[in-house]
Ligand binder design. Structure first.
Ligand code: COI
Length: 354
C-alpha cells in the first residue's frame, strides 16, 4: 500500500486516435494518447502522473542505458460484449514483475500502485481498444533505473511506466523456428526467469542469424550441453506428443509465462494428460519423424498461440503436421480468446474488469 495514491492527469489537447488505421495495426508500432509514470525516490514511490504519450528526458548517465537495469511486462486488454474493458490476469503480471524486480535489484511495486495506475490509464484511452479479430490493446508496464551515476552499484532512483499499444498478432502466420545449439539465452543462476530487458537484447543477434536463413525465431536450448529445449524468447514452447501436452518444466533459465500457465490450466481442466518435464531436442526431432509429435506451438501474451510450422535443426527442416489438423492448439486458442473477450465463462477468475 502507498499512502499517496493520487495520480495527476494531464490530458492530450487533441487525441491521435483518428490518425491510426485500425485495419492495419502491426504489433508494437502504435501507441495511445497517454502514458503513466511514477518515480521511486528516497525509498518510496511518488509523483504518480499520466501525461500525453511522447519522448521524455532521461539522464545520459542512467544505468538502464549503460547496464540494462530494466524490466518489463506484457499484458492484453479486450473490449467485452457490453463495452467494458477486460484485462487478462493483471495480478499475475504484477507478481511476475516483482519477481523480476527482486532479481534485478529494483524496488517492488505495490499492488495498488500497479492496478490503479493501469486502470486509470486504460480508462483514459479505452477508445483505443481494437475490436478486430486477433487484435487487442497490448499493455507494456516497465521499470528502469534512473540514477545519474555510471558506477556499478544498486541504484537508488527508478521510474515505473505503462504505455499502451493497439496491436494485431505478433506472428501473423505459422512460424518457422530453428533450434539454437550454439548461442545461449540463459543459464542456471542467470536472469532467464526474469523479464529483464537484457535477456531480449542478447537474443537479437542469434535470432537475426536464423532470420537470414528464413526462420522467424529460435528455440533456445540449455546453456550447458544444448540438449534440452527451453523456450523461444518471445514465447514458451509446447508440444503434443502421443496425445499428451508437454512443455519444458520451469527453471531459473525459463520465463514463467502467464499464457503458458493458462494453457496448462485449460488442458488439465479438459482432462488432457499434461507433462512439465525436460524435453530433449532428440525426442522432438525423432517424434516429428515418426509422427508421435503431432503439434508444436509457442505460447505468450504477444504471440498468443503461435503454431510452429517447421523446426530447423543442424541444417535440416522437420515439418510438423498441417495446422488445420491440430485439434488441441486450435481449441485452446479459440477458448482462451473467448475468455479474454468475455464471450465464454471465465471459470478461473482470470479477467479483471477495468
Ligand atoms: C509478451 O509476450 O508480452 C512479450 O513480452 C514478448 C515480447 C518480446 C514481445
Amino acid at each position: 500500500m502507498i499512502d499517496t495514491l493520487k495520480i495527476n492527469i494531464e490530458r492530450v489537447a487533441k487525441s491521435r486516435l483518428s490518425e491510426v488505421d485500425f485495419s492495419n495495426i502491426p504489433f508494437g508500432k502504435n501507441f495511445t494518447d497517454h502514458m503513466f509514470l511514477a518515480d521511486y525516490r528516497d525509498g518510496e514511490w511518488k509523483n504518480l502522473h499520466i501525461i500525453p504519450y511522447g519522448y521524455m528526458p532521461v539522464s545520459p548517465a542512467t544505468p538502464a542505458i549503460h547496464y540494462g537495469q530494466s524490466i518489463f511486462e506484457g499484458m492484453k486488454a479486450h473490449r467485452g460484449p457490453t463495452g467494458e474493458t477486460l484485462v487478462f490476469r493483471p495480478a499475475d503480471n504484477w507478481k511476475r514483475m516483482n519477481i523480476s524486480a527482486a532479481r534485478m535489484c529494483m524496488p517492488l511495486i505495490p499492488e495498488d500502485l500497479f492496478m490503479d495506475s493501469l486502470s486509470t490509464l486504460i480508462d483514459l484511452d479505452r477508445q483505443w481498444i481494437p475490436d478486430t479479430e486477433g487484435s487487442s490493446l497490448y499493455i507494456r508496464p516497465f521499470m528502469f533505473s534512473a540514477d545519474e551515476y555510471i558506477g556499478i552499484r544498486p541504484s537508488q532512483d527508478f521510474t515505473f511506466m505503462i504505455i499502451l499499444s493497439p496491436a494485431g498478432p505478433y506472428y501473423a502466420a505459422p512460424v518457422k523456428v530453428k533450434i539454437e545449439t550454439h548461442y545461449t539465452r540463459a543459464v542456471a543462476g542467470g536472469t532467464g526467469y526474469a523479464k529483464a530487458g537484457g535477456n531480449y537484447g542478447g537474443a537479437i543477434y542469434p535470432a537475426k542469424l536464423a532470420q537470414e536463413k528464413g526462420y522467424h525465431q529460435l528455440i533456445w536450448t540449455d546453456g550447458k550441453n544444448h540438449e534440452y529445449i527451453e523456450e523461444s524468447g518471445t514465447m514458451n514452447v509446447m508440444f503434443v506428443i502421443n496425445d499428451t501436452l508437454v512443455t519444458p518444466a520451469l527453471s531459473d533459465s525459463i520465463l514463467a509465462g502467464i499464457t503458458r500457465d493458462s494453457v496448462l490450466t485449460l488442458a488439465r481442466h479438459w482432462g488432457m494428460k499434461v507433462a512439465e518435464r525436460k524435453i530433449a531436442v532428440k525426442e522432438i526431432i525423432e517424434g516429428i519423424e515418426d509422427g508421435t509429435v503431432t503439434e508444436a506451438f509457442g505460447v505468450g501474451t504477444a504471440a498468443t498461440i503461435a503454431p510452429i510450422e517447421l523446426i530447423g535443426h543442424e541444417g535440416k527442416d522437420y515439418v510438423l503436421p498441417p495446422v488445420e489438423s491440430r485439434k488441441f492448439s486450435t481449441k485452446v486458442y479459440q477458448e482462451l480468446d473467448a475468455i479474454k473477450r468475455g464471450t465464454m465463462p471465465d471459470p478461473f477468475g482470470w479477467i479483471a474488469r477495468m
